[in-house]
Design a protein around this ligand. Sequence first.
Ligand code: GLU
Ligand code: MG
Length: 476
Amino acid sequence: MEQIPETVPVGHSLDGHTRARLGRRAAETARRLAGQDIVAVALTWVDVSGITRTKTVPVERLEHAATWGVGMSPVFDVFLLDDSITSGKHIGGPAGDLRLHPDLDRLRILAALPGWAHAPALRYAQDGGVHPLDTRALLRRETERLAEGGWSVKAAVEIEWAVSKGGGDDFVAACRGPAYGMTRISELAAYLRDVLAALKETGVAVAQLHPEYAAGQYEVSVAAEDPVGAADTAVVVRETIRAVSMEHGLAASFSPKVEADSVGNGAHVHLSLWRENAGTGPVNAMAGGDGPCGMTAAGEAFAAGILRRIPALLAVGAPAVASYLRLVPSHWAGAFACWGPENREAALRFITGAEGEQSRAANLEVKCLDGAANPYLLLAALLAAGRDGLGADLRLPEPVEVDPASLAEEERAARGIEPLPASLAEAVEAFEADAVLRDALGEAVTDTVSAVRRGEIELLDGASPEEIAAVTRWRH
Ligand code: GLU
Ligand code: MG
């Protein structure tokens, strides 16, 4: 049988031939899905505010959706987290239409939502051109730019969530056990078993699950994969956890700050840079070198590129007003712009892996990030920052091996350890001044990010931490 590539090449417009090809493939997929009792396919994309939005089609319409797309307004790109609408230079107003096309390569049956499948959407304009605000397309492009230099990246998003007894708007921890305590597993064993079983059946490779620090908080980590795959997985993991929670009469919050006075939910991003090597297969640039912690010169340059831009990256990685309630020192959120081996208080934690496993396991963990981020946009920005570091052959400063908050301010200043932006407004300022990110993300995305962030700052102006936590708690 003819092998039909399903996804349209990066940056390519849809032409008649491609549409027909996609339609044929979707018809085949729809037949297979119907045979597995799947009724509907949810096409999703993540908006600039970090919320996964969707249109769904019955399986019989999958062929049509793959060929012609499903209509959706571009205005969703300027939605704020409370569903109010702002506007930017490029987006706003009720007119216009976009077409959502299912990425059939990444279609998965959602075990936690019986009868449902999921396909991340590719967003095109009516003329078949790629929508400039399609952050997934942006990430595909960034991945390709690295590939042009002979590099690939493996990524994974760690997901923390807090489980509440279902129902009300308030957060009421669904378990009482201590941080990291086995009690918390015993209390919610059936629920957690169902989370793991559903993730496995959905095709997500879970690495581990554990109770976290805050009340009712857990974390799941998943295997690293290509950056677009990692972002798709982050979306699917969250919807799976949400659905299993509801099935058990519980509610899951992925908010950066579930309760104003507690430790928040992070969504740390793990990254490793790999050199394509025709002879041996890809080689991890984060290990086996003579740089700090065994990094190669390229691995170090990539890490330094990210470290240098952390304040600006926060506008896409810690994008909510609530993010800055989480991003405080001595909460393992990584609130200082520095790096350190296994340092949980550094924005950039370097993980070497156990001796003997480094060549596979060594990676960077960007800790200062949270689950309000659009994972596509965030990974695109991280890759762009790393790519810039590679191009400039940057070096890392001295590693930091203590909690920077424990150092006197003068010592921090002497060692060049800056506190990260303390508010979304400060992060947006850094982002707007960053030419490298603007160039990589493009003017339309950069301007829209600014517009949405400023809209949310205004929305929550004068709100107390409790009010900010309440508005954000059930949105992501
Ligand atoms: N919950 C912490 C955060 O806000 C992270 C804890 C950990 O190190 O995993 O990022
Ligand atoms: Mg954690």
